[in-house]
Design a protein around this ligand. Structure first.
Ligand SMILES: Nc1ncnc2c1ncn2[C@@H]1O[C@H](COP(=O)(O)OP(=O)(O)OP(=O)(O)O)[C@@H](O)[C@H]1O
Ligand SMILES: [Mg+2]
Length: 587
């Protein structure tokens, strides 16, 4: 009998159904911020203030000056499928609001405590609590026009979800990302963001170009290339960033469809295709693009968080966007920025008749080029400094089929062959080193060592300290330890940072670019290898005696590295030219 009862179908109580639905709508505090900000935008607000406590774990409050909710509808707003934005199925194809499902508030109130204050233009001000302590009734109160919605104790009744939340810094980064996205999408709206009573961002109404530079940094302004195209199928407007702003990690891509922030790999590919030849194949161009597509040609109801859409004629949108981007790049005479390295094989083509085996190197396994002689001395070794006399000449020896125990390093056996090669003499052969790749190998090993073990990287003061707006604050805090290990110095000045030093081996502008790279990394996967590789892509100059160590020290460092034969991208660093190979050249 008991089993029979178990198998009976029954409709779930509303609170249980809402809690299940909430699982899809509200994944983390940032989801609540998104839904509340979207509701405020839909209400025609010209001013939206977002106040967060403890990364949203304690409270999330969004205050707007929009049309408000009528007294009679305040309770209804929290019922599932209750919406003022959709009346019939046909309306689904003419949606011009961010919300349409009538699910967000029902889901939020199923897993958190709510305090709503609302005043419409004509009506009085009312409040409603949906929590365990207050009576669930609408009462009169006082306040300005609009909605003031405060969400507390998120996931109080879903402990597993609460435990699943990431650190405060990571959760706040997600909130920050949503806030930035919606601020860029709506430049005519005034936005503020506060965290734990500190105002972190404040944007006055402005045009898109101004908003982009306020949000992403003033320097970006000179890198913006306008894009504009209008056809029957799609209107395109916004800005592309010059190819030099492209990054190995995705980050500065803002795509809006009918003002709705969306994600679309397909559209991203269209833009990548247009940048072909201007950026390396594994880089992502940055952009802020607004697509306007007739509402009946796009389905916005294909994703629980409303972040994906389905175009009726995606292929056409792809083509139009791709050619619009190309045209805009062309008009603004944007040229390639790829570092087209000369490949040494083009210059020294030789076939070695004898089967060559890679030379064996004997490495002292205990040798650590970053180890300090005096362990108590806090000073760091500057691995590219001419003053660095710590390089251990005897830490490796070069042992090949051609030469026995010959130390590569000797003052007179190296010379630089511009633009990018170093030639090192062995007893009966030459080692030709691609200097740029060698530099990348040396840097890669040092970066990984610094990030993993805190191995020393020297810091260098910058001539003009760099001001960083607070919008990046959460990211800087997330990477605090790593940035310190890499030699960055900064001051936290309440609403901005002043960076005064960076790694000595990078120029100030390279150091700032690399900082950007940090900020864009996904903090949930602290992937040092990926980070180091993205830094290396910033290094475009090979060897220079001015900025690098003495040639012989440089060669030493290469041969002390983990793998002096290939760079971190797997490209050949060193070629050995022995007498057989030379003989072949003279045939
Ligand atoms: N800030 C606000 N100002 C005015 N009305 C609001 C506000 N927030 C919510 N509402 C009203 O409450 C209703 C329910 O909001 P809710 O977010 O749950 O659904 P929705 O926005 O219609 O759809 P979706 O679930 O896709 O967000 C809205 O349709 C709207 O009428
Ligand atoms: Mg909504």
């Amino acid at each position: 009998m008991a089993n029979k009862l178990k198998n009976q179908i029954s409709i779930l109580p509303e609170n249980v159904a809402n809690q299940i639905a909430a699982g899809e709508v509200v994944q983390r505090p940032a989801s609540v911020v998104k839904e509340l900000m979207e509701n405020s935008l839909d209400s025609g607000a010209s001013e939206i203030n977002v106040l967060i406590k403890n990364s949203g774990k304690t409270s999330i409050q969004v205050i707007d000056n929009g049309h408000g909710i009528n007294r009679d509808e305040m309770k209804l707003a929290f019922v599932r499928h209750a919406t003022s934005k959709l009346k019939s199925a046909e309306d689904l194809f003419s949606i011009n609001t961010l919300g349409f499902r009538g699910e967000a508030l029902a889901s939020i109130s199923a897993i958190a405590h709510v305090h709503l204050i609302s005043k419409t233009l004509a009506g009085k001000c009312y409040e409603l609590f949906i929590d365990n302590t207050h009576e669930n009734t609408v009462r009169e109160t006082s306040g300005p026009k609009g909605v003031n919605m405060k969400i507390k104790n998120l996931f109080h009744n879903v402990p597993a979800r609460r435990q699943f939340l990431k650190s405060d810094l990571i959760e706040f980064k997600h909130i920050n990302d949503i806030f930035i996205q919606l601020s860029i999408a709506n430049p005519m709206v005034r936005f503020t963001l506060s965290h734990n009573n500190t105002e972190l961002a404040h944007f006055e109404p402005e045009n898109l170009r101004q908003r982009i530079s306020h949000v992403l940094g003033k320097k970006i302004n000179e890198n913006l290339i306008p894009i504009e195209e209008s056809t029957d199928s799609v209107s395109i407007s916004g800005y592309l960033l010059r190819p030099s702003s492209a990054k190995k990690v995705k980050g500065n891509q803002y795509l809006f469809l009918n003002k709705r922030p969306i994600k679309s790999n397909y559209i991203h590919k269209a833009i990548i295709e247009a940048f072909e030849g201007l950026i390396a194949p594994d880089m992502h161009p940055a952009y802020v693009i607004d697509l306007i597509v007739p509402n009946d040609r796009v389905d916005v109801n294909v994703h629980p968080a409303k972040t994906e859409v389905k175009f009726e004629d995606g292929h056409l949108v792809f083509k139009i966007l791709c050619s619009a981007v190309k045209r805009s790049l062309g008009i603004h005479q944007v040229g390639p920025v790829i570092d087209f390295e000369n490949n040494i094989q083009q210059h020294v083509s030789h076939k070695i008749s004898k089967i060559t085996t890679p030379p064996k190197i004997r490495v002292n396994p205990d040798f650590n080029p970053f180890e300090l002689k005096d362990k108590n001395k806090p000073e760091l070794i500057d691995f590219f400094s001419k003053k660095n006399k710590e390089v251990k000449q005897n830490s490796f020896s070069f042992d090949s089929d051609w030469d026995d125990d010959i130390n590569v390093n000797s003052e007179h056996s190296n010379f630089f062959l511009p633009p990018n090669y170093i030639v090192t003499k062995l007893k009966s052969s030459l080692v030709i080193i691609n200097a740029l790749r060698a530099k990348r190998r040396i840097l890669f090993d040092s970066l990984i060592n610094a990030l993993e073990n805190g191995g020393g990287i020297n810091s260098q003061s910058w001539v003009f300290p760099e001001k960083l707006e607070l919008i990046s604050k959460s990211n800087i805090e997330l990477w605090h330890d790593e940035l310190k290990k890499l030699g960055y110095h900064w001051e936290d000045n309440h609403d901005h940072y002043i960076f005064s030093a960076g790694p000595a081996f990078l120029s100030q502008s390279e150091g700032i670019k690399c900082l950007d790279e940090f900020i864009l990394q996904n903090p949930e996967e602290k992937d040092y290898k990926k980070l180091a590789l993205s830094w290396l892509s910033k290094i475009t100059n090979g060897y220079s005696e001015k900025s690098d160590s003495k040639l012989s020290d440089f060669v030493d460092l290469l041969f002390q590295s983990n793998n002096p034969w290939t760079d971190p991208y797997g490209k050949t660093i060193t070629h050995i030219l022995d007498s057989n190979a030379l003989a072949y050249q003279f045939k």
